[in-house]
Ligand binder design. Structure first.
Ligand code: S3P
Length: 176
């Protein structure tokens, strides 16, 4: 069965929605950030601080390659994962890719006071969110099979929608 891959900006709900969707399907939930932290033994913030963003992006590429052969998974990706379109392309054969969307203000409200996102540790995070969303829009849009707004925050309903869209396309049929 094809995986469900969730992409989108930080704070769009990829991990929360991914977990509940996986639970409903009886699939394993994976999160590329968690896999990178497990592999390096370091929190994302330390990887950025100590080794830089480019090194983190290389770890994302490595992780994408490792996930390519898997099925029956719900995979939440880091917010910058689709910046290298090949990361998503390598998963596409075996996955339905859903882009989660939320307004910059909503994302700001969800992430305020959370210091685990190195890219948002600035004096004006709302503006950085707006700028990055704008810069990334093309990458997000061009790599997604389906778009889903998470503005409502209703994870139960949203996960039902994810599963219904996945089923609608016949991706719940055994393909491996
Ligand atoms: C990033 C998003 C983060 C994490 C890293 C970089 C980004 O993941 O991968 O801090 O570039 O948008 P989340 O989207 O899970 O917060």
């Amino acid at each position: 069965m094809k995986n469900i891959v969730l992409t989108g900006f930080m704070g769009t709900g990829k991990s929360s929605l991914g977990k509940i969707t996986a639970e409903k399907l009886g699939f394993e939930f994976l999160d590329t950030d968690d896999l990178i932290e497990q592999k390096t033994g370091l929190p994302i913030s330390k990887i950025f601080d100590g080794y830089g963003e480019d090194y983190f992006r290389e770890l994302e590429r490595e992780t994408a390659r490792e996930l390519a052969a898997l099925s029956h998974r719900v995979i939440a990706t880091g917010g910058g994962f689709p910046l290298n379109a090949a990361n998503v392309e390598i998963l596409r054969d075996n996955s339905f890719v859903i882009l989660l969307l939320a307004k910059a203000e909503t994302i700001f409200g969800r992430l305020v006071g959370n210091n685990s996102r190195p890219l948002l540790q600035t004096d004006d995070p709302l503006n950085v969110i707006r700028r990055l969303m704008d810069e990334r829009k093309e990458y997000y849009d061009s790599t997604a099979d389906f778009f889903l707004s998470t503005e409502s925050g209703d994870l139960d309903k949203l996960s039902d929608t994810v599963i219904a869209e996945w089923r609608k396309r016949g991706f719940d049929i055994e393909t491996d």
